[in-house]
Design a protein around this ligand. Structure first.
Ligand code: SF4
Length: 432
């Protein structure tokens, strides 16, 4: 059988698609995402998928599952009709430096310093070079100077590194002990397709379910390990028929918050909602702006009004509701804060966060592992460093979930390594 390298079920590439595609092909060969039509004489390394929606992908040899250089691709319509070729999309940078033959030992440093002088905190700076030594030196330099290496991609013998200027925004929860909070991604598919979704959820994203049994085992082991809060997120968790069982299992182990877009509280899903313990389950419902315009621009027409209905319904059912806004600027955050104040929504019932440059997002705050204090995050694909990149290879800690104690230990070990690195650098720079 031909090798499956990657799947597109959207005009943008989903890097995680290999396992999902194999599964889809096995379970339903007529499913539109898996309608495989290789060209005559097509080699093993090149697979074409043509679907009901007309998506088609050619997989160049260089694109591999979990290849960190592949983020997502844009559609490119070919003259022959509805075809989309995958191509690498580069992370946009504010300043591009072509290093030519320069290295840290020979002339690159002044260029970098000059570029930094023209940069604001948060700006992205890209350096392209064919010199192998630049990567390792750049990483060390970034750690010394508190800039962050965010991305690297290689093509035709040249590598392009992207660094974010300046330290990341302060994490107010950064001192929380690792392992007191646990995140579960229950499914990944969603009734919405928000343009900044950090895990590329959508109605066509293949379901990657943790499943009730696995959640029950996770919850039981988490309780033993001292987890105090469990956060359950989807895609949209209320798409799952067994969501009541999943949340009940989590709530029995720890205080549980379920992240939802609040749009599905009708029919049997209201029954699921009603069965949950009000004193153990909080609903965190997404609302990005005080009025529909901005929220609907990111999430789809009519979604603000339906989210607001969901908020009112959840409150009427006696649940604690936390409002969560994803914003693209401080001004948007401030405007939303005023709205929350006007509605007398207290600090503990609000979350305002900036868009992260992950998943579908084309703009946002670029974050790397070194920026993030880990919050153990479990998906069907394994254990991740943080929920903001729960399908990104750079944040995967281990693909083995059980025993949970070992997963937690793996995250702590990785975190210790990060800190040790920072400590060693600090020692080298000991000035007195
Ligand atoms: S941001 Fe939330 S609601 Fe929007 S697509 Fe992603 S999981 Fe769904």
């Amino acid at each position: 059988m031909a090798r499956l390298d990657v799947v597109i079920d959207h005009p943008r590439v989903a890097c995680w698609g290999v396992a999902a595609l194999s599964q889809i092909l096995k379970e339903n060969p007529h499913e539109h995402r898996a309608n495989r039509q290789p060209d005559e004489g097509e080699s093993d390394s090149r697979i074409r998928l043509v679907g009901r929606l007309g998506y088609c992908v050619s997989c160049p040899e260089r694109v591999r599952h979990h290849d960190p250089s592949v983020r997502f691709a844009e559609q490119a319509q070919e003259p022959c009709g509805q075809r989309y070729n995958m191509r690498l999309v580069r992370m946009k940078a504010n300043i591009e430096i072509d290093a030519g033959g320069k290295t840290f030992a020979a002339g690159l440093l002044p260029d970098l310093i000059a570029a930094l002088r023209h940069s604001e905190p948060g700006d992205l700076l890209a350096i392209t070079s064919s010199e192998a030594s630049v990567g390792a030196d750049l990483e060390t330099w970034c750690r010394f100077t508190r800039n962050t290496l965010i991305d690297s991609s290689s093509e035709a013998g040249r590598t392009r590194w992207v660094i974010r200027c300046g330290a990341p925004p302060q994490d107010p929860d950064g001192s929380r002990p690792i392992g007191t909070r646990l995140w579960l991604y229950t499914n990944f598919d969603c009734n919405l397709e928000c343009d900044y979704c950090c895990v590329r959820s959508s109605p066509t994203a293949p379901r990657r379910a943790l499943g009730l049994e696995r959640v029950q085992r996770i919850a039981a082991e988490a309780a033993q390990l001292g987890v105090r809060e469990i956060f359950v997120t989807g895609g949209e968790p209320f798409l799952l028929v067994d969501i009541a069982g999943i949340l009940t299992a989590c709530a029995a182990a720890a205080l549980t918050t379920v992240l939802t877009n609040g749009m599905l509280f009708t029919g049997h899903r209201v029954e699921a909602l009603r069965s949950l313990p009000r004193d153990r389950v909080t609903l965190q419902i997404s609302l990005d702006s005080p009025t529909p315009e901005l929220h609907d621009r990111h999430r789809g027409r009519g979604t603000w009004a339906r989210a607001w209905e969901g908020i009112e319904r959840a409150r009427a059912e006696g649940f604690r509701v936390r409002l969560a806004a994803t914003v693209s600027s401080d001004a948007e955050a401030e405007e939303f804060r005023r709205f929350l104040d006007a509605h007398r929504i207290t600090e503990e019932n609000r979350v305002i966060r900036h868009i992260a440059l992950r998943g579908f997002a084309a703009e946002g705050i670029a974050l790397a592992r070194a920026d993030l204090v880990p919050e153990v995050t479990i998906t069907a694909g394994g254990v991740y460093w943080h929920p903001v990149g729960a399908e990104d290879a750079d944040l995967l800690v281990t693909s083995e979930i059980f025993p949970l104690a070992e997963s937690f230990a793996a995250v702590r070990r990785d975190f210790d390594r990060e800190r040790e690195h920072a400590r060693r650098l600090a020692t080298i720079f000991n000035c007195a």
